[in-house]
Design a protein. Structure first.
Length: 135
């Protein structure tokens, strides 16, 4: 299920939080629609949109790639270092992902598909490549 309006609003919120400027949500929606057009044939896509602050305002750049099939059974390991924890921009999706990329590379080096990331107190925070819902 795709929540395009929610994604566009979050992109505008994150651009503002990062000091990139004000992003027109309608412009973000138009780009999302353009990038998602190939998926209307049924193939699931990963859509990536980046916002860049420039003198003329916020510039958007996007790409869509076909999702690889996931295995029926996932293997996970724990991350190699404690999760960095909350910060003023920790709710922002950004491209500064070295911690997560390192954790995922470490997991893949031992044959796992995912690294589960825990904070310094031992609480599960998230996955290196996935969102987690614990009930």
């Amino acid at each position: 299920m795709w929540y395009r309006e929610r994604h566009a609003r979050r992109l505008a919120r994150d651009a503002r939080l990062l000091g990139l400027g004000e992003l027109d949500v309608e412009r973000a929606l138009a780009l999302l629609d353009e990038l998602a057009a190939p998926s209307r044939g049924g193939a699931p896509l990963r859509i990536r949109v980046e916002a860049h602050g420039e003198a003329a305002g916020v510039r958007l750049r996007g790409a869509a790639t076909q999702l690889d099939g996931d295995p029926a059974l996932w293997r996970a390991t724990t991350g190699c270092a404690p999760h960095p924890g909350a910060s003023p921009t920790s709710a922002v999706k950004c491209t500064a992902r070295q911690y997560w990329d390192d954790a995922l590379a470490q997991a893949r080096s031992v044959g796992a598909h995912e690294a589960l990331l825990f904070d310094a107190q031992g609480f599960l925070v998230e996955g290196a490549r996935s969102s987690l819902v614990v009930s």
